[in-house]
Write a protein that binds this ligand. Structure first.
Ligand SMILES: Cc1ncc(COP(=O)(O)O)c(C=O)c1O
Length: 401
């Protein structure tokens, strides 16, 4: 048998650009080359100790068995309390589904709500997996492109122009991966007002970077806007705000009928998420945000440093993110340049050049819907940020038109 037997749905799927770049960086590291990776999608901090302890205690207490498919009631109650505390939104535990990462939440949603003939609007730049997950359901994607001039945020007009009779859902993240942009309350309310004219469209609001937010206003969910709670699915999780990527836990808060559908599909695919992870996550939510805020403070400082240093390099147009831990600079002025054996025609070429010449790993922007950009993660310490920018500067100085 050969790989021709692989189903079209997998054959047609793109590989994860972020994982591909991480692998190439690892290969060079194995050759003894010191690579600074700006391609990481996870906090460099460890999970706070009290959360780890809660998992050990759970294991000691016998939390080693299957849990209810939608998650332990205790955790779903903690999530309801959190939504009430942080968003002033009232949900009951039956409207919460806990899954194996926010990634599974998104897959559950697509499989439950989309099918062939449907369209999903994706606000671009977008997180890599939205497109692949939507297409796996048989639906197609329609992209609304926002540029750096508008801080990579789509306006209600732009979104409305993309709406067709086939549109079922809109996907976006705020704070955004890859841009770090944060939609303000006013901006989200304006989108909600526009959506009043389109009552059948659902919104998937990916809020996984909620706690990594540098704005004074803080996080606002579109589910809080008038008329939106019954048509919004909040996607959130523990990977980013609590540095718990390996624990594989995410959740949705949704209208009951959607939560039921997601529970049904999860019951056939994976059942409940890991039992001891769930016990620890409940402690993470109930014990306040002190540790998350400390991490956010560190990310904020690094962001300021990175923006300041990178802005000094000619050719980079640098955005000023208000959350998450990514920069998404515009690099189109390097396209069409050359050095030695390198010809930079595309963002992929530019990323390859930086890896080979500067020993810095970045992710090409086309993976996120914008081929004039690259994504730089600052989930590294300040010394490495300084060194990475120095290396990038030395390398791009060699490029000529
Ligand atoms: C915007 C966004 N949504 C969802 C996820 C998935 O997170 P999880 O680790 O909970 O599956 C990520 C992870 O990088 C992300 O950046």
């Amino acid at each position: 048998m050969d790989n021709k037997k692989i189903a079209d749905r997998v054959r047609n799927m793109g590989d994860s650009a972020t994982l591909k770049m991480a692998q190439r960086a690892r290969d060079l590291t194995a050759q003894g080359i010191h690579i600074i990776s700006l391609s990481l999608g996870e906090p460099d901090f460890d999970t706070p100790n009290h959360i780890k302890k809660a998992a050990s205690t759970a294991l000691e207490n016998g939390y080693t068995k299957y849990t209810p498919v939608a998650g332990l009631l205790e955790l779903r109650q903690s999530i309801c309390k959190k939504l009430n505390r942080d968003q002033k939104l009232d949900y009951n535990p039956n409207q919460i589904v806990v899954s194996t990462g926010a990634k599974q939440c998104l897959a559950n949603l697509s499989m439950s709500l989309l099918q062939e003939g449907d369209e999903a609007i994706i606000l671009s730049p977008y997180w890599v997996s939205y497109k692949e997950i939507v297409e796996l359901s048989g639906a197609s994607c329609s992209f609304v492109h926002a540029e750096i001039s508008n801080d990579y945020k789509s306006t209600p007009d732009q979104i409305e122009k993309a709406i067709s009779p086939k549109t079922r859902m809109i996907f976006f993240s705020s704070p955004c991966n890859p841009t770090g942009s944060v939609y303000s309350k006013t901006e989200l309310q304006a989108i909600a007002t526009m959506l009043q004219k389109h009552p059948d469209i659902l919104v998937v609001s990916d809020e996984i970077y909620e706690y990594i937010n540098f704005t004074k206003e803080g996080h606002y969910s579109i589910a809080q806007a008038e008329g939106m709670k019954d048509r919004t699915i909040i996607v959130n999780g523990f990977s980013k705000g609590f540095a718990m990527t390996g624990w594989r836990l995410g959740y949705i808060a949704a209208p009951q009928w959607i939560a039921d559908a997601c529970t049904k599909i999860q019951g056939q695919f994976t059942s409940g998420a890991a039992s001891f992870s769930q016990k620890a996550a409940s402690v993470a939510l109930d014990s306040g945000l002190e540790e998350s805020l400390k991490m956010t403070e560190a990310f904020h400082k690094r962001k300021d440093l990175f923006v300041q240093l990178l802005s000094q390099i000619e050719g980079f147009q640098v955005n000023n993110p208000q959350g998450a831990f990514y920069l998404f600079p515009e690099i189109s002025s390097f396209l069409g340049t050359k050095y030695d054996k390198y010809t930079i025609q595309t963002d992929d070429d530019f990323a390859d050049f930086l890896l080979a010449e500067a020993h810095v790993a970045v992710v090409p922007g086309n993976a996120f819907g914008n081929k004039n950009c690259i994504r730089l993660s600052y989930s590294i310490n300040e010394k490495d940020i300084e060194e990475a920018v120095k290396r990038i500067h030395m390398a791009v100085k060699k490029l000529v038109k």
